[in-house]
Design a protein. Structure first.
Length: 334
């Protein structure tokens, strides 16, 4: 499936819920967001039907997001259903990891292919300040659970913010002894949670990936570890724009995702589905297409397909340095 700029679009990110068991300061207000009512979010059956239509026009890969997708009841059953759809080749999930100790084995049995775990700090006190919840130990246990369940790859996503002064070298070292793929993501001031009225972080808190790469290498050399080298055989499978490196003899890799300093719009391969049934062609644009109405119109799959194709045709060539939307990240699905 090609968009109007010749890019192959075969990847759909699906937000299962706008709810979350954390309250991260860059994602939502402390009191949370006004939760969508049950009738406003897509049912699991509607998600399966949408994916079936999408697979018919070229979608092959899915990622389940939130909010926190594991707070949505029936997620394992949904994964089983999605795996039965002809044309779907792989299903991934992005989570904060807190519920993985209880759910990892069931998700693996249901056919989940891979797991991304979001973790922005290795300091328990800072974790509590960022997430407004004291769940650091549970998140770390989630990493262990994902590895023990046999997910491959297990990727660890960390948003890097200058004013947090995170232990980025400590994160990078996590790739040495275990097959963890640590990815550093440039902070993006997106939505109402950013700026002085939200988390307090602004453009000055963005650390570009090249600077971060140099910071890690400086500490690695000082410790006797040696510099990061381009990843070889251990480069993880995936569908995104990360650039991967590795330490000599490491079991995992260190990746860099650079949405601001290195636009990868020309490589964009995805559409996004919000929990309330809107298709977003671009993360940085508030243009949305209402597929929920089509699913409930009684007009059949053609109406759903038409919405998907309109959204596909509206994908911009790039985001033209626009960063920010009217929705919080928890509502968009990331």
């Amino acid at each position: 499936m090609k968009d109007s700029h010749g890019r192959t679009i075969d990847y759909l990110r699906i937000s299962l819920t706008d709810r979350c068991n954390l309250r991260c300061i860059y994602c939502m207000p402390e009191e949370g967001v006004s939760a969508l009512s049950h009738k406003d979010i897509l049912s699991l059956e509607e998600i399966e039907r949408l994916v079936s239509v999408a697979a018919g026009i070229g979608i092959k890969r899915l990622r389940l997001t939130g909010g926190e997708p594991l707070v949505r009841l029936g997620v394992a059953d949904l994964i089983r259903g999605l795996n039965r759809i002809p044309g779907i080749e792989s299903i991934a999930l992005t989570t904060n990891g807190i519920l993985l100790p209880k759910m990892a084995d069931e998700l693996k049995s249901a056919g989940l292919s891979r797991v991304n775990i979001s973790l922005d700090t290795l300091d328990p006190a800072q974790y509590a300040a960022i997430t407004r919840r004291d769940k650091f130990d549970e998140a770390m246990a989630g990493i262990d659970a994902a590895l023990e369940a046999g997910f491959d790859p297990v990727k660890l996503n960390s948003v890097v913010v200058r004013s947090l002064d995170q232990d980025v070298f400590g994160f990078a070292r996590m790739s040495i002894d275990r097959p963890l793929h640590v990815r550093f993501i440039e902070y993006m001031p997106v939505g109402e949670s950013a700026g002085p009225c939200g988390c307090g972080w602004g453009k000055e808190d963005v650390i570009e990936s090249e600077e971060l790469f140099g910071m890690i290498n400086e500490q690695a050399v000082a410790s006797g570890l040696g510099e990061l080298k381009p990843a070889g055989n251990r480069k993880p499978a995936g569908w995104g724009p990360a650039r991967y490196f590795e330490f000599e003899g490491a079991k995992g890799t260190v990746g860099f995702i650079s949405p601001l300093s290195r636009h990868f719009c020309s490589e964009c391969n995805r559409l996004r589905l919000t929990a309330d049934g809107k298709i977003r062609p671009c993360l940085f644009s508030d243009e949305e297409f209402d597929v929920r109405a089509a699913l409930r119109s009684g007009e059949g799959d053609k109406a759903v397909r038409d919405v998907l194709l309109r959204a596909l045709g509206a994908k911009p060539d790039e985001h033209h340095d626009k960063v920010g939307t009217e929705r919080n990240m928890s509502q968009i699905g990331g």
